[in-house]
Design a protein around this ligand. Structure first.
Ligand code: GLU
Length: 304
């Protein structure tokens, strides 16, 4: 398969369609990003990188980091984790407070904000310096020191984190939160403010396409069964309340972030990072979704 020609073809087609969206502005620092940026990087299971456009430019990965932190706590907590977080798609906005109250403090899944806060709380309980630990872990997955926390984005989100703070206190009220809210919030906004390029992102997702083994870290990151579970969660819950639509149009496990990035995998074949900052009304990148849809339409194989 000539991946390079394929992603170039997809890139050109998407550019011509001139899709429009809106750069996230509820985190003011993100609103400063150039909306016309667009890059695609595909990494095959031998570690070969194929890239087009702005695929080497770092961007704010935001909620894509929830995949990294979930895999970090996965082995440490085993089945215990699933008494604190469910594994059902939410069908509601990612920061819904109503849903959390309705479900008595057990978040629907680890990728909505309430669920991710529980995961980060678990990290804070486990590690003395959870932020450093997260950076080291993601660096290891990428096989290089590439992770940087954008301090401006971090500060900007921290200054506007009323909603996430409310979710955290709600979790605490339901006894599903172990640590001081401020401490967890600091770790959470730090992981969201991680900057990485499409290439680096695709590398960090590579093990999920490869039965849990990372060719970049040169080791088994998750067991095959755990990797399968993370992929199932990405397929059913990775795109907020647009997860069904993404599965329908694209048909790959993946995770989006409000920075406009998407990390996705084709099991047994490749991982991919796409970035374009303009979002649709559900908070997912217009162009990135289109690119992945075209890509899977053009591939000679499919997950289903
Ligand atoms: N840091 C963002 C928040 O918690 C992440 C949102 C996202 O990318 O979905 O609101």
């Amino acid at each position: 398969m000539d991946y390079q020609s394929l992603i170039e073809e997809v890139y050109d087609e998407v550019k011509h369609q001139n899709l429009k969206g809106k750069v996230a502005d509820y985190i003011p620092e993100l609103a400063k990003v150039d909306g016309s940026k667009f890059g695609i990087a595909l990494v095959d299971l031998d570690g070969q990188v194929y890239g087009v456009g702005d695929y080497r430019e770092p961007f704010s990965i935001q909620s894509i980091s929830k995949v990294h932190t979930l895999t970090m706590v996965f082995h440490a907590f085993k089945s215990k984790l699933w008494s604190r977080v469910n594994v059902e798609p939410s069908g509601n906005p990612f920061n819904s407070i109503a849903q959390l109250e309705y479900e008595k403090g057990i978040p629907r899944n680890p990728f909505i904000n309430a669920g991710a806060l529980v995961i980060t709380d678990a990290l804070v309980s486990k590690y003395k310096d959870p932020i450093k630990q997260t950076i080291e872990y993601v660096d290891e997955l990428a096989g290089t020191h590439c992770v940087r926390i954008d301090e401006e984005v971090k500060k900007s989100e921290l200054a506007h984190s009323e909603r996430n703070t409310a979710l955290a206190y709600f979790l605490k009220a339901y006894k599903n939160f172990e640590n001081p809210v401020e401490e967890v919030m600091e770790a959470y906004v730090s992981q969201c403010a991680i900057e990485m390029s499409c290439e680096e992102l695709a590398k960090t997702f590579s093990f999920l396409a490869n039965n849990g083994y990372s060719v970049f870290a040169k080791k088994q990151i998750l067991t095959e069964t755990h990797a399968k579970r993370v992929n199932a969660l990405m397929l059913t819950c990775g795109f907020y309340d647009e997860s069904g639509e993404f599965a329908f149009r694209v048909g790959m496990p993946g995770k989006s972030g409000v920075g406009g990035g998407i990390g996705a995998i084709m099991p047994g074949k490749f991982s991919i990072g796409v970035w374009s900052p303009e979002l649709n009304e559900k908070g997912n990148s217009e162009k990135s979704i289109k690119a992945l849809e075209l890509l899977t339409d053009k591939l000679q194989f499919s997950l289903f």
